[in-house]
Structures are given as C-alpha cells and as structure tokens.
Design a protein. Sequence first.
Length: 170
Amino acid sequence: MTTGNSSGRSSVHPRTPRTEQAPPFLVRFIAGGCFTGYFPFAPGTVGSALALALYCFIPGMERWQTLLPLCAASLLAGIPLASRMERSYGPDPSAVVLDEIAGMWVALLFLPKIWYISIGAFLLFRAFDVVKPPPARQFDRMRGGFGIMMDDIVAGVYANICTQLLRIVV
C-alpha cells in the first residue's frame, strides 16, 4: 500500500512495515508518540498537538528546567528509535512523530505558558515544519534518525525565535 504526500515522509502506509519484522511495541509506542503517528491523516500535526497538550496540562512543564531536559531526552531517544522505525517502514516514516513532539517542545522553550502564545508557537512550528527552511531541508533529506529528528528541532528553533520576536513587537 502506498500513499503520496508532500511532506517527504515515506509513501509506505505507517501500519504496513516494508520488512517482515515490525519494530517492537515499545519502539512503535514511543516513536509514534503514544500511537498518534498512526492517525490516518496529518499524524505530524496530531503528534505536535499531543506535545502541546502535555505542555498545557502537566504542571511545571513551562519551566525551562523541566522542558529543556525533556527536549534533550526526546532528541537523544528519538535518533535510535526513528532509525529503527525507518528500517522497517522506509525513509522518514509518518508513524514517527517523536520528532514533532521534540520540535514542538523546542518551540515552547523559554516562553510564558499563555494560551495564545502557545497556540502561536504551535502554528509557527507546523508552518516551519512544512516549509522546511534551511538547514531543516538539508536534515530532511538525510536518511536515519538524526535527520528525522533534526529537521523538526530546526523548525522548533525557528518557531521559538519568531514567537519571541512577536512577543516583543506585539
């Protein structure tokens, strides 16, 4: 089964491994953002929304002392997990949304936990994740977990900078 998409994600359906052996349950659960990566449409947006919901509803996540280690842990765990998923599902599989979760949390770093700022960071992150300005595009073209994770980290950095600038201007 194949599906076309413009995000650079694998055309293999996320529930159909291209190899005989699917990744272990825990790999699919974590890399898939509690299985939000298996959502039938826009799994990256759903994974980003999960990251935003966790940020909004878990007390203390707005503190950089909490969020920065979560970003780092997501990135460090995401590289081997995304690589493992890619071996089964093909290049940059849509089932992997841990990259969107990490990138969304980067977009929220050092920002006040105010609903309209959080929504603005979310919208900017999704826009940068789709457009992929350099060097995000170069990372997106790389194979392996490092490229999968880093294009979203870069999108998160861009979204964070723009949100910080908008806070100053507005």
